[in-house]
Design a protein around this ligand. Structure first.
Ligand code: P70
Length: 480
């Protein structure tokens, strides 16, 4: 029998992935001894492993999707003209049709879209509120010498608190900030879904309220739309009044409250590279164009090839297929339910693109600067050849003003599931690997930096393990 979540579905066809395999890629197989050697040689940093040392790669859902036959055939039609490419026109049409924004600047990926937008709208000393900034977004706000502020609702800061929309912004806090700082707020952003606290969605009601408040203060609202389709699917599932609304209408309504969006197309664009920044207002688009040309490329390719834009145009339409989104979110839920049944502490409820393990509670005897999420990621790789990603103190980096670790509210290990790549059986392997780590959790070492780069340190840092005292003699979790 299928697991709980699937058994609820009366249509047996809905129990399986709504696609079949046309091409396969061999999975590298390794032994435990090899993996221990590989990760030590990588400075205990999973980002430094070679992909052929990894069996199930849950490092990220970004740029790792399997493209469809429709996308592969679109690729062949790429128009590689420097100016006026037909493929750009197709991308523009798809963005206008799916998201409702008439103006688009292609970029090579999401952080480039942030760079272009923030050069257009953010001045030194200004403030940018977001429900929760993703790390590249935060880094680009800092890069403009401005200040990122996270205004997610209190429930969104607590991994255990149940709430259907833990990505929501605290509207009262936004109102208070705008009252106080008004002209100093460059723009308001909402990240849909909210990556840093578990792929948690933002409700339509919240997008609407945030938009109303921002508009009243004359401040533009942009969505970080990397996972817009998954967010729309959660609105359909969890928000009263949307069950019978077609997904495409939900997306158009979401975007309708915003002045534009940044997009890392490597997620819900279903492509391996690409992004864009889109606008409703022509004047704003004109201003941003200057930075698009300066940093990315001419208006009609902006860091992408014609074939990339073709695949993206197809992906933007495909991602709203309800059968796909049911299978996508269902697979994530399948893994979540298995781990939950084992008693492993998880971010609750399940999010859209991965399962987030609450590393702070998994290793309660670790302090923030023992890097609990990092320790779990190394242990899971050694145990089962599964690569996952810490979303905790290491990723959060240091506060540029104080030089201290910028301790996040949550220490997490993210098991990000690539789109259309792995099967249910692969999820069983992941669950078994984590079960074994759970059994020996009191033996895991802490990690210390050997090399710590100044920005986005998690990508290239190296570490050394350090045995940690038995749980009984350690203080409890919060930063010490
Ligand atoms: C991820 C990747 C990227 C991202 C995002 C949101 C909400 C913008 C961007 C930047 C990055 C990553 C993290 C850990 C390991 C590998 C990769 N998120 N906004 O996996 O987009 O990467 O295209 O510049 O999530 O969550 P881009």
């Amino acid at each position: 029998m299928p697991h709980r979540g699937l058994a609820e579905l009366s249509e047996p066809l809905a129990w399986a992935e709504p696609y079949r395999t046309k091409m396969v890629e061999a999975i590298p197989m390794t032994t435990r001894e090899e993996r221990k050697r590989f990760i030590a040689a990588a400075g205990y940093n999973p980002f430094r492993l070679r992909a052929d040392q990894v069996s199930i790669d849950l490092l990220t859902d970004s740029g790792t999707a399997a493209m469809s036959d429709t996308q592969w055939s679109a690729l062949m039609q790429g128009d590689e003209s420097y100016a006026g490419s037909r493929s750009f026109a197709r991308l523009q049409e798809a963005v206008a049709e799916v998201l409702g924004f008439p103006y688009v600047l292609p970029t090579h990926q999401g952080r480039a879209a942030e760079n272009v937008l923030f050069h257009t709208l953010v001045q030194p000393g200004q403030i940018v509120p977001n429900n929760m900034h993703f790390d590249t977004t935060k880094a680009h706000v800092h890069n403009r010498r401005a200040r990122p502020v996270n205004l997610v609702i209190p429930e969104g800061r607590d991994p255990q608190k149940p709430h259907p929309f833990k990505g929501n912004m605290d509207v009262d806090a936004l109102e208070a900030l705008l009252e106080k700082e008004g002209a100093n707020v460059a723009l308001v952003m909402l990240t849909v879904t909210c990556n840093n606290n578990g792929g948690q969605p933002v409700s339509m009601e919240n997008i609407r309220s945030v938009s109303r408040v921002a508009r009243r203060h004359g401040v533009p609202l942009f969505l970080d739309a990397a996972r817009f389709a998954e967010n729309a699917y959660f609105i359909k599932q969890r928000e009263p009044g949307y069950r019978d609304v077609p997904l495409c209408d939900i997306v158009r309504e979401m975007m309708g409250y915003a002045d534009g969006c940044t997009m890392s197309a490597k997620k819900d664009g279903l492509v391996n590279i690409g992004g864009f920044v889109a606008f409703r207002d022509e004047e704003l688009y004109r201003r941003a164009s200057q930075f698009g040309i300066l940093y990315e490329g001419f208006l009609t390719y902006g860091g992408l090839s014609g074939r990339d834009m073709e695949a993206l145009a197809a992906g933007l339409r495909e991602v709203l297929d309800e059968h796909y989104l049911a299978a996508r979110t269902g697979q994530v839920r399948y893994l979540w339910e298995q781990l939950d049944a084992l008693g492993i502490p998880l971010v609750t409820p399940v999010g859209g693109h991965g399962v987030y393990v609450d590393a702070g509670r998994f290793l309660p005897h670790f302090r923030h600067d023992d890097f609990p999420g990092w320790a779990l990621s190394v242990a899971l790789y050694e145990e089962a050849g599964v690569r996952a990603c810490e979303i905790g103190t290491v990723l959060a980096g240091r506060n540029p003003e104080t030089g201290e670790h910028d301790y996040p509210e949550q220490e997490l290990l993210r098991l990000a599931i690539p789109r259309r790549v792995y099967s249910y059986r692969h999820m069983d392997v992941v669950a078994e690997g984590l079960r074994r780590v759970w059994q020996r959790r009191e033996e895991l070492p802490a990690y210390r930096f050997v090399y710590e780069p100044p920005v986005l340190r998690h990508f290239t840092a190296t570490f050394a393990p350090e045995p940690i005292a038995a749980p009984a003699s350690r203080s409890t979790h919060p930063a010490g």
